[in-house]
Design a protein around this ligand. Structure first.
Ligand code: GDP
Ligand code: ZN
Length: 342
């Protein structure tokens, strides 16, 4: 989104003199007027320029009815974790947010008609890492389908990570994993305990804002620590802790990864609940990529793909182009009311 500054010539001149010392950064934590911004020169504790706050809160007056509805959200907090911003360092680790960079404020990307936030809008998350153990606990792939539906709905990358590969991947699980790979979801088999596959995981995380989701005990914190010592602890220390001097009400924080390509791990507090709740998922059928060739080809315009005669999805199922367990996941999520189909 292009964001006009609406600045007077005098302000422009002032901006130009300041611009030499302006830094680009990412809001990794904070809300309600105080934000931690990661920049190339380190983290700065920032406030937001009053002019910018007003501009974001009241818009430019040409957004119609939607603009009016957005005001309420932005007036509450004009920028949020995951926003890319330009800051003016003011010394002593402090700074002022002067502008929101291309991509706009995450809040303005939130569709007011959908209500609530999305992973992207909550923290700029662009990758979901669904973690399962090869065993202990036994993997529950119904849960994986749920995570994948969430990722599809948000149009973010999804990665299937099978940890504890050292315990052995049973042949039936291996068959299921091949299916997911064919559907286009990369599958990384690894062992946090032995280090196998951790390089591949690290490569996948570089340059992304990733959220790890998965049942407790599958090894999420062990994996993060294997990727980078101390990372698991840094991520888990977020939950319930209010950082000194920060009014963190959102509970969302981005933890920077080391390495030249950068990248962040999003604190997962609340994300699993978000996935399980399924709120905000619009087209459940579209969230199953293998259904897509059939969509629009059912005789019933509002086909739910459950019992309608000559349903193209069910024909694909009968022909083996759609996997039976995946279809059952669809039925289960449909029955739960996750997303609307029509
Ligand atoms: P989390 O709840 O998902 O964060 O899981 P943890 O990282 O706390 O790990 C849960 C348990 O699994 C711990 O006892 C770990 O030592 C163990 N664990 C983690 N990764 C591996 C692995 O790759 N192989 C084996 N065998 N055990 C692991
Ligand atoms: Zn159908």
């Amino acid at each position: 989104m292009k964001r006009e500054q609406g600045a007077s010539p005098a302000q422009d001149a002032a901006n130009n003199t300041e611009s030499a010392s302006l830094l680009d950064g990412l809001i990794v934590e904070g809300s309600r007027g105080q934000y931690r911004v990661e920049t190339a020169a380190g983290a700065l504790l920032c406030t937001i320029r009053g002019r910018l706050r007003k501009e974001l809160a009241y818009g430019r007056g040409d957004e119609g009815r939607r603009g009016v509805r957005r005001v309420k959200v932005k007036a509450h907090d004009p920028v949020t974790v995951g926003d890319r911003v330009r800051v003016l360092p003011t010394g002593g680790g402090l700074g002022v947010i002067e502008a929101v960079l291309a991509g706009g404020s995450a809040i303005s990307r939130r569709d007011p008609d959908k209500g609530g936030g999305t992973l992207r809008s909550v923290a700029g998350i662009d990758q979901l890492v669904a973690v399962f153990a090869a065993r202990e606990p036994e993997p529950h792939l119904g849960l994986l389908d749920r995570f994948l539906v969430l990722a599809e709905s948000e149009e973010i990358t999804a990665l299937v990570c099978i940890n504890k590969a050292d315990l052995g991947i049973a042949p039936p699980l291996a068959v299921r994993l091949d299916l997911y790979a064919r559907l286009g979801y990369p599958v990384v088999r690894c062992s946090a305990a032995h280090g196998d596959g951790i390089d591949r995981l690290r490569t996948r995380l570089a340059g992304h804002v990733s959220a790890f989701v998965g049942a407790s005990g599958v090894g999420k914190s062990s994996l993060l620590n294997a990727v980078e010592p101390g990372l698991g602890l840094r991520v888990s220390s977020v939950s319930g802790v209010t950082n000194k001097g920060m009014h963190t009400t959102t509970g969302t924080r981005l933890v920077p990864l080391g390495g030249p390509a950068g990248g962040y791990i999003a604190d997962t507090a609340g994300i699993r609940a978000f996935a399980l709740d399924g709120a905000g998922i619009e087209r459940l059928d579209w969230c199953f990529p293998e259904f897509r060739p059939s969509l629009g080809r059912c005789p019933h315009a509002d086909c739910t793909h459950r019992h309608e005669p000559a349903c193209a999805v069910r024909e694909a199922l009968a022909a083996g182009a759609v996997d039976d367990q995946r279809y059952r996941s669809y039925l289960r999520l449909y029955a739960e009311g996750v997303g609307s189909v029509t």
